[in-house]
Write a protein that binds this ligand. Structure first.
Ligand code: GUN
Ligand code: ZN
Length: 432
């Protein structure tokens, strides 16, 4: 047994609904790990006394939290992060598609998958939900790397059969066949989950969406991920391509891709009907704030959506997103909400990257929280990781005021350690 000591932060409920009282903070807390799971949490001295044989790691004033969950990311876009000067459709054509075409070489896919997990772990992210490319081997490369590291990871083959370059197109039938084969080979193996992945409505024909809807119906416990209403030009394009649909979400609804377990990335420019349908259908929304400002997409309505109790997760959306750090995503989420007139509490921001994201992924019985029975994926955060953060945190009157400077100014330098499945993955000295 291992006993980690430090400040601890856990969630008893949803801070968007119940406020910061939905959290449990211990100034001197402990997490007891056994067989890859969290066995107990509580005050440090009490657990020390009850488990004198446990191997102790004392992180002092650092914060022990559930590891970060990046609920929407494109691992194949790792190498093109921070590409200049384009909005969504031009950005896809200029930077993204040429890079994704390189993944027809499995050796390149393995190299980037390894780089992706090195970077994600160094930033404290222990679970990622990723799009791969259209190449089935790009999914295999990603899962092999995740499996090697013992990570709980979700991903799927990105399906596109139109409005993409010739060498990046599958077909309705091959998308179905390849997705099904990957799902059968990988879903539920170790800590891996397959996610049915039509890229977005513009790059799938109705036949392809129908085929993937059928696959979803055959595997209702499998999540589905795609993009929804990210930019206004994209929405107009969807209206032209699917004139019979009432709105963007309706395209996915018609093809059986919009029920519980559907993860909609972005979801910025929603109509009143779409909002009501999202709530009624228990669809999960994934907020990608650094991407939404970087590509110029718009402001997600966090208060209106998460505030209504919907399932909402936070994500980097690398390479549309401009940073691997979920701390930077929390900071950007704060700024985006401020622009819409709402100040998000640090408890709500932390929830979005941990327990809230786990709820969005329907994995809240396994990850995203410090509680008995949860998988022992954790990040240890130094709350004074740079001089500017340290001097502000030093003035703090309470825990939230101590945490907030790290949310607004922190990055991988704040990550002291990462634990994956009860094992140390990134030790103190090699994090950066
Ligand atoms: N919409 C369709 N594909 C993509 C993508 O790769 N990134 C982002 N941000 N939006 C998309
Ligand atoms: Zn995306």
């Amino acid at each position: 047994m291992k006993l980690l000591l430090g400040q601890t932060l856990a969630f008893d409920g949803n801070p968007f609904v119940e406020g910061p009282a939905a959290t449990r903070h211990e100034r001197r807390g402990a997490v007891l790990i056994e067989d890859g799971l969290i066995r107990e949490t509580g005050p440090a001295e009490a657990l020390r006394a009850r488990f004198p044989g446990a191997e102790v790691t004392d992180y002092g004033d650092a914060l022990i939290s559930a590891g970060f969950i990046d609920a929407h990311v494109h691992y194949p876009q790792t190498a093109i992060i921070a590409s200049w000067g384009k909005r969504l459709i031009d950005w896809l054509e200029s930077y993204t598609f040429p890079e994704e075409a390189r993944f027809d070489a499995p050796v390149y896919a393995r190299e980037i998958a390894a780089r992706f997990f090195d970077l994600s772990l160094a930033h404290g992210t222990t679970t990622s939900v990723s799009f791969a490319t259209i190449h089935p081997a790009s999914v295999e490369a990603f899962f092999i790397e995740a499996q090697r590291r013992g990570l709980r990871t979700l991903a799927g083959k990105t399906c596109m059969d139109r409005n993409a370059p010739e060498n990046l197109r599958d077909s309705a039938q091959s998308a179905y066949d390849d997705s099904k084969a990957l799902l059968e080979a990988w879903h539920g193996r170790d800590r891996l989950s397959y996610v049915i992945t039509p890229r977005f409505a513009p790059t799938s024909s109705p036949a392809q969406l129908e085929a993937l809807g059928a696959l979803r119906a055959e595997h209702p416990n499998c999540l589905m991920q795609t993009h929804l209403s990210e930019q206004k030009e994209e929405i107009s394009w969807v209206r032209e391509l699917f004139p019979e649909s009432r709105d963007y979400l309706d395209v996915y609804e018609r093809f059986g891709l919009a029920g519980p377990g559907a993860l909609m990335g972005h979801a910025i420019h929603l109509t009143a009907r779409e909002r009501a349908a999202i709530a009624e259908r228990d669809i999960s929304l994934i907020h990608c704030p650094t991407s939404n400002t970087f590509i110029g997409s718009g402001l997600f309505d966090m208060q209106g959506l998460a505030g209504a109790g919907l399932r909402v997760g936070l994500a980097t959306d690398v390479g549309g997103g401009s940073n691997f750090s979920m701390l930077r995503s929390m900071g950007a989420a704060y700024e985006v909400a401020q622009l819409a007139g709402h100040a998000l509490h640090p408890a709500a921001l932390w929830y979005l990257a941990t327990a809230g994201a786990a709820r969005a992924l329907h994995l809240d019985d396994k990850i995203g929280n410090l509680a008995p029975g949860m998988e022992a994926d954790m990040v240890v955060i130094d709350l004074a990781s740079t001089p500017q953060i340290a001097q502000r945190a030093g003035r703090a009157g309470d825990f939230w005021e101590e945490l907030f400077p790290t949310i607004m100014m922190g990055d991988d330098r704040a990550v002291r350690a990462v634990w994956v499945g009860g094992e140390l993955a990134v030790p103190v000295t090699s994090a950066h």
